[in-house]
Design a protein around this ligand. Structure first.
Ligand SMILES: N[C@@H](CCC(=O)N[C@@H](CS(=O)(=O)O)C(=O)NCC(=O)O)C(=O)O
Length: 210
């Protein structure tokens, strides 16, 4: 039996795992779902009822994208997607925290938009998070194209996953004009096979989002 990854076409969280599995050359089958539809299998495997969920050969489930990445790095460390230096490793995880936090705010804003006008508090977190991500990109990635050690790490994966998500869900957002260096960094990474094969696609909800 092969691993299965429960994913969704626009999911920036699931994209991190799809990229990491490809970079580590770990075979898996994609199980694409709409997690809000009554047909979703997420509750079967994850008490939090969210995707991504990595389902192993023995049926055990690994869930929460940052934990799935930790699990993959621990069990399959080569090639590593973390910097070697301890403090740099911790900073790479902090960058993932900020990128995931921007995703969290975007997802909340998306659903609040379905209920009423765009949520200012959530979009304010997006603004602050993008500013922080851009500072790291300008400080670290302008020459090499990577945030750490001239090679791909989870920090690049998480940062580009949220930027790719914004390009799909918020195509008119001004981040590309405001942060041209970050746009160049993002576009260069999007050419990488594991990124090019996981570009997010908006999905339709057949059930009402409650
Ligand atoms: N913290 C989680 C967030 C995952 C998440 O919110 N996933 C969404 C799907 S998507 O927004 O990534 O497309 C979900 O399953 N939502 C279902 C729910 O919230 O019940 C992670 O990092 O894995």
């Amino acid at each position: 039996m092969v691993w299965h990854l429960i994913s969704a076409t626009p999911s920036p969280y699931a994209r991190k795992i799809r990229i990491a599995l490809q970079e580590k050359k770990l075979p898996f089958e994609l199980q694409t779902e709409v997690p809000w539809d009554h047909t979703t299998q997420t509750p079967t495997h994850n008490p939090l009822e969210k995707l991504p969920v990595l389902i192993l050969d023995d049926g055990k489930a690994v869930y929460e994208s940052h934990y799935i990445l930790d699990w993959l790095e621990t069990k399959y460390p080569d090639p590593s997607l973390l910097p070697k230096d301890v403090d740099e490793r911790l900073l790479a995880k902090q960058i993932e925290v900020v990128a995931d936090g921007v995703c969290d705010a975007l997802v909340l804003a998306f659903f609040e938009m379905k209920r009423e006008k765009e949520s200012q508090p959530q979009m304010r977190k997006v603004t602050g998070g993008l500013r922080a991500l851009n500072a790291w990109v300008e400080e670290r990635a302008v020459s090499s194209g990577y945030l750490f050690e001239d090679r791909l790490t989870i920090a690049d994966i998480a940062t580009c996953s949220v930027l790719g998500f914004m390009a799909v869900r918020w195509p008119d957002h001004g981040w590309k004009n405001e942060y041209p260096a970050m746009e160049r960094y993002w576009r260069k990474l999007e050419e990488r096979p594991s990124f090019a094969s996981t570009v997010p696609v908006a999905q339709k909800f057949s059930d009402p989002v409650v």
